[in-house]
Design a protein around this ligand. Structure first.
Ligand code: NAD
Length: 475
């Protein structure tokens, strides 16, 4: 069994009360690691360390060049130790190793490189005033950042938060999801090796409610909370943060609409639509889980789509050829399988090759479920897509917007004017046309409606992780 502790003030430590929990490998359905189980006391210990490091340590006072050099060194180490980091995430939560190794780890290194460079290169505003006064903006680090992460892209989501927070001079307490603790401890070990001073990046493990997570969000010593996870958890965190008026950035759930117009390049639309719902077994906030297909091409699209879904290679996520692994946990498997029953009760028909096995669910297509069905409205977070027809552009937009969520949408069309029109009409944070999951880290990322509060990415991350100060002088 592997062992992962908290990392507090530069030391890997057990919990104050010695408590531990086991991380379960969802493919083997057996424990593979023992992890320190934190309590509120451990959260406070980590926040105190981060506070001290911020108030007294060198990090917040270093220049962008020096901080950037250390963060680039950390990115180098992430790349060098990529195999270990990828295996940690794959073993913790079952994502195929081809994805953790080929996508998540390189993106994690890139997060550090991008935000190090962004902080170094971004200019601040100067406002020469006609009155003779001179005003400019100074971006001071915000202080102690609590970063609370989900299990579906463990290292990638954690670095998406930690990298900009560190690049702008903050100190951090990171709480990974209890289902995927390993890579966060490895990241903190590597940060120390790269030269990030003790107390600047702390990691505490454990649960959310009435535990480590809640203690972080209620702490008056925390200056920013960045959270990614379920919309319901986002509400709980907002309530806790309100006590101290702590600013929150919330990246929450989704039920992405994927609109395929009759003029689309069908092969391209099928290819991206498959990736949009079955990548990471559908455990993706951005998943295209509502697939709206124009009536005239529905039969042909469905024939091609179900054939492509059936051809995906399911199996052991540690095998390099596997495309679909198990769901992340027993609890999550039960939830997803529960939705298959609900789909049938709601009049849906399941077009599936294979049956659930172990904690794996085969790629599933639901047809015939109505727009207001629970399976069409609620986030299933599994390899389950609901397919519905539409007749014209207006109906497609109305159906796509008819959801409590607003994270993202996709559309497939060769009509450029329509692509712009529909992009404007969709109430979401990101629209992808003829593609999916393509990111420019300078662009805003976040959700409308129940999918989030605020945006991160590029200068949006700067806004959140700094205290922009107006300095005005009479000269
Ligand atoms: P979750 O909300 O159950 O847990 C996320 C994290 O919050 C975990 O670390 C958990 O321990 C912690 N937590 C839970 N309750 C808490 C509380 N009361 N106080 C403080 N911390 C608490 O989410 P999950 O199941 O880990 O992740 C899946 C969800 O995340 C899905 O809804 C998915 O759409 C969403 N997600 C969103 C994005 C995005 O960018 N918008 C990205 C990835 C995942």
């Amino acid at each position: 069994m592997e062992s992962f502790g908290h990392v507090i003030d530069g030391e890997e430590v057990p919990s104050l009360d010695g408590a531990t929990f086991e991380s379960i490998d969802p493919w083997e359905r057996a424990p593979w690691a023992t992890v320190a189980l934190g309590s509120a006391a451990d959260a406070h210990r980590a926040v105190d360390a981060a506070r001290r490091a911020f108030d007294e340590g060198p990090w917040s006072r270093l220049g962008h060049v020096e901080r950037g050099r250390i963060l680039h060194r950390l990115a180098d180490l992430i790349e060098e130790r990529g195999a270990e980091l990828a295996l940690a995430d794959t073993t913790d939560m079952g994502k195929p190793i081809a994805e953790t190794r080929g996508h998540d780890v390189p993106r994690s290194a890139q997060n550090f490189r991008f935000f190090a460079d962004h902080a170094r290169l971004t200019p601040a505003e100067v406002f020469p005033m006609p009155t003779g006064h001179h005003a400019y903006t100074q971006y001071d680090p915000a202080g102690v950042v609590a970063a609370i992460a989900p299990w579906n892209f463990p290292l990638m989501m954690e670095t998406w938060k930690v990298a900009p927070a560190l690049a702008w001079g903050n100190t951090v307490v990171l709480k990974p999801a209890e289902q995927s603790p390993a890579s966060a401890t490895i990241l903190a070990r590597l940060a120390l090796e790269a030269g990030v001073p003790p107390g600047v990046l702390n990691v505490v493990h454990g649960y959310g409610p009435r535990s480590v997570g809640e203690a972080l969000t209620a702490s008056p010593l925390v200056d920013r909370i960045t959270f990614t996870g379920e919309s319901g958890t986002g509400r709980a965190i907002s309530r806790a943060a309100a006590q101290n008026l702590t600013p929150v950035s919330l990246e929450l759930g989704g039920k992405g609409a994927n609109i395929v117009f009759a003029d689309a390049d069908l092969a391209q639309a099928v290819d991206w639509s498959i990736k949009a719902i079955y990548t990471n077994s559908g455990q993706v906030c951005l998943a295209g889980s509502r697939l709206y297909v124009q009536e005239s091409i529905l039969d042909e699209f469905l024939a091609r789509f179900t054939a492509a879904a059936a051809a995906l290679r399911a199996g052991d996520p540690k095998h390099p050829d596997t495309q679909i692994g198990p769901l992340s946990s027993r609890e999550h498997f039960d939830k997803v399988v529960g939705y298959l029953d609900i789909a049938e009760q709601e009049g849906g028909q399941l077009l599936t090759s294979g049956a659930p096995d172990g904690w794996s669910v085969p790629p599933t297509v639901v047809v015939g479920a109505p727009q207001r069905a629970r399976v069409t409205q609620e986030e299933i977070f599994g390899p389950v897509v609901v397919v519905l027809p539409f007749t014209d552009e207006k109906e497609a937009v109305d159906l796509a917007n008819d959801t409590p969520y607003g994270l993202n949408a996709m559309m497939f069309t060769r009509d450029l004017a329509r692509a712009h029109r529909v992009s404007r009409a969709l109430r979401v944070g990101t629209v992808w046309t003829n593609c999916f999951f393509v990111r420019d880290l300078r662009a805003p990322f976040g959700g409308a409606k129940n999918s989030g509060v605020g945006r991160e990415g590029g200068s949006y991350s700067r806004e959140f992780f700094t205290e922009p100060k107006a300095v005005v002088m009479e000269i």
